[in-house]
Design a protein around this ligand. Structure first.
Ligand SMILES: Nc1nc2c(c(=O)[nH]1)N[C@H]1C(S)=C(S)[C@@H](COP(=O)(O)O)O[C@H]1N2
Ligand SMILES: [Mo]
Length: 437
């Protein structure tokens, strides 16, 4: 595993703030007592991470990196994740380098993490319920067993992308997580159709919008504040690929991807896909929960100049995400030996509620483009594989650029129009390749 420059080393993390590092690595209910010894739920987690109980844990100082971990990991690790670049540790946000997204199905270990608050620190799947209420005939309270037994269980590959993916490339910069290209993934999700669950509750005619609630807590610790509570129009909720999901790649959801149960509203900003789901309310108005209002997950209704102030009333809610693609092989920065002047370039492409109809690549800074081979998606809302054979005429520095076109004829641009919060950057992906001198 290559060490990425912005990744935060475990040692660095502990040096900066040992108490927080313990909480982060071993769970939020970890704390040190007055003498500085490690206490709380974190101990159990620490034992689990180490694979052993710690007989003398009472004497273990808080903020001490267990030697077993210190030896094995030179970098900050998130249990069950591999190779992610950590942008923030509180809340935890981590993206996947493009070359680690080469699989058709994104392994759980490589699926990005976007948290707005603090995940629940103890999750009991047995006792968990999801409430369906609001403008329904019969409010429901469903356990995971109820979901599995009362509704048809379906499994799809679904792409999920954060609305702010690509934000780092905006100029002037926009505040928020500085995602480059890696806040996207395409895992296999198993669950039930939200439409079936809403059907069982009986949707009343007044219902037009959903409101989503999760079990994570606000960064301030204030129990009355929610980190995020978004929703979607009823027509998106009724889409057969909008799921209440309880498995990711055939296993329980990763704790950071919303265990034990979440929404998947593929093709829309990831924020709609509530993690640690506890309740879906049907409303007779557009939901007004945390991060529904301007400028969150909204863009101006008209093109604006870079840096321009935009009044709140002039924003619209982001719905379908725009057409986009990634080059997942080779890794940017690859050097080819001189006798290897042909190369397979490949990646994925996706297009919100649409699908991708064509894919082009260039190696001469856009002077000439060639069409790549593009596969259909295995199911709607899965990303699509594309590949192209490239020949390099001579040694030197090349850039490979890739652009996708969606089923409505819209193509990825070279650069996108600026917006205040840095959403929807679907500029074409570019990588660097050297053919050896
Ligand atoms: N409860 C809850 N759900 C949430 C979030 C959150 O912070 N809390 N983040 C949202 C955002 S902004 C995104 S992009 C996706 C990310 O899903 P992932 O972390 O599984 O990749 O989850 C969404 N669901
Ligand atoms: Mo997001």
């Amino acid at each position: 595993m290559t060490r990425l420059p912005q990744e935060r080393g475990l040692h660095e993390l502990y040096a900066a703030d040992p108490e927080r590092a313990d909480a982060l690595v071993f769970g939020r209910r970890t704390y040190a007592d007055r003498r500085g010894f490690l206490r709380g739920a974190g101990l159990a987690t620490m034992s689990a991470v180490l694979g052993y109980t710690i007989p003398f844990h009472r004497g273990m100082p808080g903020g001490l990196i267990p030697a077993a971990l210190a030896q094995e990991t030179g970098e900050f690790t998130i249990e069950g994740k591999d190779g992610l670049r950590v942008l923030n540790d509180r809340p935890l946000n981590a993206e996947t380098p493009a070359h680690l997204l080469d699989d058709d199905i994104t392994p759980t270990a490589r699926h990005f993490i976007r948290n707005n608050g603090l995940p629940p620190d103890s999750v009991d799947p047995e006792g968990w319920t999801v409430t369906i209420d609001g403008f329904v005939d019969t409010p429901l309270e469903l356990s995971l067993d109820d979901l599995r037994s009362r509704f048809e269980v379906v499994e799809y590959a679904l792409q999920l992308e954060c609305g702010g993916n690509g934000r780092a490339a905006f100029n002037p910069g926009a505040s928020g997580n500085q995602w480059t290209t890696g806040a996207v993934g395409n895992a296999r999700w198993t669950g039930v159709r939200l439409a079936d669950v809403l059907g069982a509750a009986g949707v009343q005619p007044q219902a037009i919008y959903t409101a989503h609630y999760g079990a994570d807590s606000h960064l301030s610790g204030d129990p009355d504040k929610r980190p995020i509570s978004r929703g979607m129009p009823l027509w998106k909720a009724m889409n057969p690929y909008t799921l209440i999901a309880f498995e990711q790649n055939g296993a329980p959801l990763h704790p950071m991807n919303g265990a034990p149960v979440r929404i998947l509203a593929p093709g829309w900003p990831g924020s709609v896909s509530q993690k640690w789901l506890t309740r879906i309310e049907l409303r007779d108005q557009v939901h007004d929960g945390t991060k529904m209002g301007a400028p969150s997950y909204r863009v101006p209704r008209y093109p604006v100049a870079p840096g321009e102030e935009v009044p709140g009333a002039d924003f619209r809610i982001i719905e379908s995400m725009p057409v986009k693609s990634l080059i997942t092989a080779p890794a940017s920065g690859t050097t080819l030996p001189t006798d290897h002047r042909t190369l397979e370039v490949r990646g994925h492409a996706w297009a919100g509620d649409e699908h991708v109809t064509a894919m082009h690549v260039t190696t001469d800074f856009g002077q000439t483009w060639r069409e790549a081979a593009l596969e259909p998606p295995p199911n709607p809302y899965a990303w699509q594989r594309w590949r192209a054979q490239i020949e390099f005429p001579t040694r030197g520095y090349y850039e490979i650029w890739a652009r996708a076109i969606d089923s409505k004829g819209r193509m990825q641009p070279f650069t996108v129009g600026w917006n205040p919060k840095g959403y929807l950057n679907n500029a074409m992906h570019r990588i660097a390749v050297r053919v050896e001198v």
